[in-house]
Design a protein. Sequence first.
Length: 606
Amino acid sequence: VVDALVPILRGKQIVVVGDSKQMPPTDFFSKQFEGDDDSLTGDIESVLGMFLAQGAYESMLKWHYRSRHDSLINVSNQEFYEGRLMVFPNPGTNELATGLKFNYVPGTIYERGTSRTNPGEARVVGNAVMVHAKTKPGLTLGVVAFSTAQRDCILLELERLRRDDPSCEEFFSADQLEAFFVKNLENVQGDERDVIYISIGYGLTAEKRLSSSFGPVNREGGERRLNVLITRAKLAMEVFCNFTASDLNISHTSPVGVKALKSFLQYAENGHLENRFETGKDTDSPFEDQVISAIRNMGYEVEPQVGSAGFFIDVAVKDPEKPGKYILAVECDGASYHSSVSARDRDRLRQTVLEGMGWVFHRIWSTDWFRTQKKQIDILKEAIETAVEASRTSRDQPQQSLPIKKREELEIIERLEKVEDLPESKPYVLANGQLKNNFHRELLELPYSIIADVISEILKIEGPLHLNDAARRITDSMGIGRIGNRISAHIFLSANFGHQKKMFYMESEFLYENEDKKVEIRDRSNLLNTLKNIENVPPEEIQKALLETIRNAFSIPTEEAISEALSKLGFGRATQKAREVIGKEIIELKARNKLKIEEDDRLVLI
């Protein structure tokens, strides 16, 4: 504001252009000026606000020409501009102008208490970016995440994908005028791209709980941040989210931004993405009725008054081979209207905008129609036939921006739509009750071979486990309450016997079915606390839980990695002993070059 005052004083007249429905200048330094009671403008956020506060004349610029598809601006128009924007309808000729699309990714989880990201959603977005780079490199692309954590998660996933497949590095070059970007919600104002991907990031947790917290959108002015975001695209916008609009509960006390977000998701999800709006309105004059009758006599279907929010095309001719598409806009103008110079200029500008969106125009003056009607009908018929032929030719020609074969594109998209399931822990299954008790004598009287057979049976049911747990299963099946030193030693010697006979494999008192030491992550949350001991969990299982945790988070603080790994294993609280056990395996993985510890104590896979 201060920088603007001197130029303002130098002028005799000033025009201030701005949008109070989008983000104001940053208030980063406002804290320095708190307590200045003499300031008359301390609570005014911009030069625009100052002039409006003084009652300056205000005029709204109503034309919206960035979006080449109605659905990209309709929510913003309704939620923020009271439906006053003039939105130009899309004829459907540009197959790349697909508008707003909702991508539901239910197999993903928002890690609220740990990384504050949705790694599965980040993977889907990353794959979608790679598909775009391969199939539509001619269209500029930007990705916006609701939070910086989700932005970083997407960047790391893209880095991995690009490293695995460097075939489209040219698309990611920063030398282009509108280069590819990945930004968070608060840094995207001023940008525009042909296609925008939105990663909500926030959403359903592993417990299927949905918080109503959406970062910057919840704060005061959050609705303006959302308005900035949903108006960045020219041709298409895709939203990636692990919940639906119906999952989001709002009340009268909910922030305005959250209410607007629900409306946006509802609109994207419901599929109201028509290329234009057929209003059902009647024609404006008998002149238009006559033109429509003439077109129908030629055998073509028409729709009068096509458009949305402020501008309507008089007569739109439908494509006979693709009825959902319009091939020609017929404007029926009266002589009195065209006697106004400003009206002619306004019409010419409107037509320029609409032609940029793909509409083909044919204009008929009422005076010409009534004087030489037969001639005008012939000219109109020729214009329609030319438009039909042009539409047919465009369908027959392959899209220039799709360099790979259609079949290959479909295969890539098909792989994308099958969301990669996040690794899940399988419930731990106890062998209790499943062991055959045919011993018929005291445990100490049993030969080593019989006890080794029982241990082998336990391993087949439960998988790898510690010798102490195996001893517990054996004594429980025999009704023995306490494991003394003699029983413990007898079971150890039996295990050693089984190991030597290659009935199973034992290492450091951990038992495995064979030398491969193959293990799965098992969730012990269903077990009694007396049956859970982190020191009895095989180190290979702990390492696997750690690696999957880091892989899902891409980069994660050590403390959070320990908590998440314990959660996967079914342990609730990270005790000091648990931290020591997990920390030991982190050091082991680092020594084996499986992971590295960065300066800020974050774990990253190598």
